[in-house]
Design a protein around this ligand. Structure first.
Ligand code: TYM
Length: 335
């Protein structure tokens, strides 16, 4: 009899608690984690150390960190089967990040488009943390020997860099890291801004009509969708000439798991008013039960504390093993 249990492949992903979560975060990341969780051994972190690359109000950061943990669980991530933890509770991330910083080139980091965009907005006071942020993300991923990293398209470049850093380390010091693959969903990988569908939906936009928040009330969702920019063509089609409509179709596809063709077919002969009303209903039906669960979970802080403490212990065990390996290979004397 074969007693060997096949080891599951590993997933790592995270979200930074730097603002309220949008529908983009939900469809680009969390919803896919929920689908993949049973097939993989999963580590999902709340990337608080990433959040502080831009200034955060301490009390808001604390609140959002716990909110995010409850969002993960409310969306359907099972805390018993997966490791949910707060990044700063596992010091190996910061330590490994330094070791990997020494295997990363300035040129690589200065080519990161997210850094270029954000630093333009920050003027002269750009933190070195913002510049180094992709190295910390590489540390997150590589410490767990992750096979798969489910993220939205905007994080693909950082993942590519993590792969380059891992390869460089392996070549310099012998095989240490698994080279991770990215996973981006077909239709939810880049949910666009509702007012400017050439830009990604982002929580940092000033006008709230640009985004849907996971916690938005039904009437707010309906209002925002009814105001979403479309075009003067007036027919529900899935084409680049109608980016606003295309984005709303992508939202339906990502929520319902249907194809764009199926959506287009179901709106033949119908105008944008009917279409938008249906989009809003689909979003409301998806988010309402999640919102209810989030509020319920936030009422039991003790339970959340147990979850993140247990998560940190499990994550530390794996992360520390990899960290020790890295230190030894580099030539640091074991303690
Ligand atoms: P963050 O917090 O900016 O975004 C979290 C996740 O949401 C996805 N996302 C989107 N997907 C589709 N459409 C959008 N409009 C949209 N906006 C955001 C992002 O692609 C991401 O998957 N550095 C990361 C967090 C992180 C991480 C990691 C991710 C830290 N360590 C290790 C993966 C692996 C970040 O800031 O994501």
């Amino acid at each position: 009899m074969d007693n060997t249990i096949e080891k599951k492949k590993v997933i790592f992903s995270g979200i930074k608690p730097s603002g309220e979560l949008t529908l983009g975060n939900y469809l680009g990341a969390i919803k896919n984690w929920v689908t993949l969780q049973n097939e993989y051994e999963c580590y999902f972190c709340i990337a608080d150390l990433h959040a502080i690359t831009v200034k955060q109000e301490p009390k808001d950061l604390r609140k959002r960190t716990l909110d995010l943990l409850s969002i993960y669980i409310a969306c359907g991530i099972n805390p018993k089967e997966n490791t949910l933890f707060i990044q700063s509770h596992v010091p190996a991330h910061s330590e490994a990040s330094w070791l990997l910083t020494c295997s990363t080139y300035m040129g690589e980091l200065s080519r990161m488009t997210q850094y270029k965009d954000k630093s333009q907005k920050s003027g002269d006071s750009i933190s070195a943390g913002l510049f180094n942020y992709p190295v910390l993300m590489a540390a997150d991923i590589l410490l767990y020997n992750s096979d798969l990293v489910p993220v939205g398209i905007d994080q693909r470049q950082h993942l590519e860099l993590a792969r380059d850093i891992a390869n460089r380390f392996n070549n310099t010091y012998s095989d240490t890291f698994v080279i991770p693959e990215g996973y981006t969903p077909k239709e939810g990988a880049k949910i666009m801004d509702l007012q400017n569908p050439s830009k990604k939906m982002s929580k940092s936009e000033e006008n709230p009509n640009c985004y849907i928040l996971i916690m938005d009330k039904p009437e707010v969702i309906r209002k925002k969708i009814s105001r979403a920019v479309t075009d003067s063509i007036g027919v529900v089609n899935y084409t680049d000439e109608q980016p606003g409509v295309k984005n709303l179709i992508n939202i339906i596809c990502a929520i319902k798991g249907v194809s764009p063709e199926e959506v287009v077919e179901s709106f033949i002969g119908k105008g944008y008013a009917d279409f938008k009303s249906e989009v809003a209903t689909i979003i409301v039906n998806e988010l309402s039960p999640v919102q209810e669960k989030i509020n319920e979970l936030l009422g039991d802080k003790k339970q959340l504390e147990e979850i993140y403490k247990e998560g940190a212990a499990k994550a530390s065990y794996t992360a520390n093993k990899t960290l020790r390996k890295m230190q030894k290979k580099i030539g640091l004397i074991p303690r």
